[in-house]
Design a protein around this ligand. Structure first.
Ligand code: ADP
Length: 370
């Protein structure tokens, strides 16, 4: 046996023992010359029904669709075909074709992978996901309109309470004694606080549900925007804010990041004893693959055992008379940071100031993007 014959023998043994469906057709006539057992099983035809006929004649596929590629480069690595079996059933198949020479005859070697189940599973999964996404969207819309309705309905009587207490004080104030006037002022303050609580709840609801596309965001820009929003408050408090230059880019949502920074910086300025001028330092550092943004203050600090609690709704360590607020700022910040794939925490000691940190993923660097 010469070497060529030996190779061909080896090839045919591999061909017939292969666990994937394979067939060989003459490149000139398209007629099948050989098919293996798996090919018969996949198509439902016996080899006698296939050999001497082309795939087109057998109703399997039309090779003309890929003929140009085949002739140009001698192979088609992946061609998706829906073929009809002898019993009429349709199968989705991935076909690879290579041009080979058997003896002196140029032939096509077909290799077939049945992907029907895979495609059905993919389709079912896609339908499920679409259904699920629609359901989630519907629920979010329901919750949003519920929250809107509730807060709207709460505000109307609240405005009446506040307005009438105000009118009472203005129009009938002289008929009330000091105690009566004080009650009116108390009603007005409580109504105003209720407005703040509703605002905070609305803001929190938005942080939970609103669409939050993430992309590379400049920390420099976000901080600049946050400080601009806080401008009047910072000058009223005579606060000094030091920001280290050239902060990196992070993966975030600009609007949400600005809101997080507003909450952290305003707290850093707010929770400072009245006799001290607020002094805030802001910088970023790399920590285990994260970009850590730090906001350090010279304020009253937070005892260790309270440091978890302050991230929970309505948790406040001080009466509003000494430090105003509703206790939702950090909860809102935490939710926002978590939805941007990050985390938030604090290091602090009473009377030694606090350092709140936010970890976010770094944006891919310019050189990586290219
Ligand atoms: P609010 O500022 O409306 O009270 P937050 O959720 O922002 O609500 O903060 C919750 C509590 O955490 C505050 O009431 C305060 O006791 C504590 N806290 C937050 N930030 C600081 C800070 N920088 N220094 C000291 N205490 C803080």
């Amino acid at each position: 046996m010469n070497a060529k014959k030996e190779h061909e023998d080896l090839f045919f043994r591999a061909f017939h023992s292969s666990l994937t469906a394979m067939a060989i057709a003459c490149a000139a006539t398209h007629q099948f010359l050989e098919v293996n057992r798996q090919f018969e099983r996949l198509t439902g035809y016996h080899c006698d029904e296939l050999i001497g006929r082309s795939a087109e004649q057998s109703g399997l596929w039309d090779v003309n669709e890929v003929r140009e590629t085949l002739e140009a480069v001698g192979e088609v690595p992946e061609w998706e075909v829906r073929l009809q079996r002898k019993d009429g059933a349709l199968r989705d198949v991935l076909v690879s074709i290579v041009v080979v020479k058997i003896g002196d005859t140029p032939c096509w070697l077909f290799n077939l992978l049945d992907i029907t189940e895979r495609k059905q599973a993919e389709k079912a999964l896609r339908n499920n996901l679409n259904g699920l996404a629609q359901e989630v969207q519907q629920r979010v819309a329901d919750i949003e309109s519920f929250v809107y309705a509730v807060t709207h309905d709460l505000r109307a009587p609240l405005m009446a309470i506040e307005g009438f207490a105000q009118a009472l004080l203005e129009d009938y104030g002289e008929r009330l004694n000091e105690k009566g006037q004080d009650y009116c002022r108390h009603i007005i303050r409580s109504a105003q606080r209720m407005h703040q609580l509703i605002d905070a709840l609305l803001e929190y609801g938005q942080m939970l549900y609103r669409d939050m596309p993430l992309q590379p965001v400049s920390l420099d820009q976000a901080l600049q925007d946050a400080l601009q929003l806080l401008g009047a408050y910072l000058s009223q408090k005579a606060a000094k804010v030091d920001v280290s230059p050239s902060l990196p880019e992070v993966i975030a949502n600009h609007t949400v990041l600005v809101q997080v920074l507003v909450n952290l910086v305003s707290n850093a300025v707010k929770f400072v004893p009245p006799e001290r001028s607020p002094c805030v330092q802001i910088w970023a550092e790399k920590v285990n693959g994260w970009v850590r943004l730090c906001v350090r203050d010279n304020g009253i600090g937070i005892p260790k055992e309270e440091q978890d609690r302050i991230f929970r709704p309505f948790a406040r360590l001080h009466p509003t008379s000494s430090y105003p607020g509703v206790g939702m700022g950090l909860v809102i910040a935490k939710r926002g940071v978590e939805r941007m794939g990050g985390r938030i925490g604090v290091e602090s000691e009473p009377s030694k100031g606090s350092c709140f940190w936010v970890d976010l993923l770094p944006a891919p660097s310019q050189s990586q993007q290219r």
